[in-house]
Ligand binder design. Structure first.
Ligand SMILES: Cc1ncc(COP(=O)(O)O)c(C=O)c1O
Length: 384
């Protein structure tokens, strides 16, 4: 049986994207590769909402390497405020603690989000060089209202960094309009390409910091080393700092071609529709979701709380029925996660809820059996 992958990343990779990596003689100096890199950089500006004033970078690794490369903008003793709504927000703290900087973390109660006013209160109290936010916290499926936070704090801090690993390609992102200094993501989530790349977009201010001062960054993740490679590609020239994941970048370029064809607004609408259909199905079944507040429901991840059934058994049971979901990773909840991003379709919402209904019934979870799929159908029908 073909498996439907509704994981939080890697997500399903379309065949055209996979096949784009099947080239046996592409060197990093080749025209094909330089074009694919340049095209992907352009694609990044498109999905993150920025003009040529912003500099995109593509580095090996993933979300974590992109996060750690932000140290390229920091000096010893800089003060950083991390706004953490869960496990991946906490990762900012874990990273910065390895470097000679001072970190303070704001956290909400589990399943909630730090309110813009709370961030404002903190940055007015104390002078921070950088504030790090997570657009969609993948451990809880909670979306931070980054635009509102930035409106409140922009004048108090030098740099604003947003982790968009679970948002870019599925949520509205306007890096330039919102005045973000670093927006980052990874290749394997809502962009629907293979894992292996950290993607960043830097504001003119972030670029001038890179150009003008040394930092606490190490060697491989110092963005100063990668910048000439990106600038070179956009001028049609190959440059080397360290071997790029050539084939993964060929795949990413194809993913951007498909995203452009769909149109980013249509893509966001599709994600919104699928996410609301899935949530309607879960609510009709009588299941509780991890995200506490409706305004913070994300387009990409939904955590499903279990009263009775063992999450491991739910995951094994649903795989048996042909759908792979993701385990929960936040210690405060007994739950599993549905990833609905990338190339997810409205019909996937029906399959997801149907498989969840059948599996949970078998495992003794109290649900209103049969109500879930009906609710999904209603949302999809009214959306047309
Ligand atoms: C919001 C968020 N940030 C960062 C990361 C880390 O990304 P990676 O696993 O690609 O290093 C993840 C991974 O799931 C994530 O969801």
């Amino acid at each position: 049986m073909d498996k439907l992958l509704l994981h939080v990343g890697p997500t399903t990779i379309k065949e055209d994207v996979l096949v784009a990596g099947l080239e046996n003689n592409v060197g990093f100096t080749s025209k094909e590769f330089v074009e694919a890199l340049a095209y992907s950089l352009k694609g990044l500006r498109y999905v993150m909402g920025a003009s040529k004033n912003y500099q995109p970078l593509i580095i090996p690794g993933g979300g974590t390497s992109a996060m750690e490369s932000v140290t390229s903008l920091l000096k010893p003793n800089d003060k950083i405020l991390v706004v953490s709504n869960g496990v991946f927000g906490d990762r900012w703290e874990q990273i910065f603690k390895r470097y000679p900087v001072n970190v303070k973390v704001l956290r909400p109660s589990p399943g909630d989000y730090v309110k813009p006013g709370e961030v404002e209160e903190e940055v007015r109290k104390s002078e921070y060089k950088l504030v790090a936010l997570t657009h969609v916290e993948t451990s809880t499926g909670v979306r931070e209202p980054v635009k509102d936070v930035i409106n409140k704090i922009r004048k108090y801090v030098e740099l604003i960094v947003v982790d968009g690993v679970s948002s870019v390609g599925a949520e509205e992102v306007k890096a330039e309009e919102w005045n973000v200094d670093v927006y980052l993501t990874a290749s394997q989530k809502a962009l629907g390409s293979a894992a292996g790349l950290g993607l960043l977009l830097l504001s003119p201010k972030a670029l001038s910091i890179l150009d003008s001062q040394n930092s606490i960054a190490g060697y491989y993740l110092d963005l100063r080393n990668w910048l000439p490679v990106m600038r070179g590609a956009e001028e049609g020239k190959a440059a080397y700092f360290a071997t790029p994941p050539v084939h993964v970048i060929l795949q990413l370029a194809e993913a951007f071609r498909l995203i452009e064809k769909e149109g980013i607004e249509n893509r966001i609408k599709r994600h919104t529709m699928v996410a609301s259909a899935i949530r309607a199905g879960l609510e009709a079944l009588g299941l509780e979701i991890v995200a506490r507040r409706p305004e913070s429901y994300s387009n990409t991840v939904t955590g499903v709380i279990l009263k009775v059934a063992d999450p491991q058994k739910v995951l094994a049971g649903t795989v048996n029925e042909g759908v792979e979901f993701a385990p929960g990773v936040h210690p405060a909840f007994k739950y599993f996660r549905i990833g609905h991003m990338g190339w997810v379709t409205p019909n996937d919402a029906i399959i997801a809820i149907s498989v969840i209904e059948r599996t949970l019934r078998k495992l003794g979870e109290p649900i209103r059996f049969g109500e879930g799929v009906k609710a999904v159908e209603e949302v999809l029908f009214s959306a047309r």
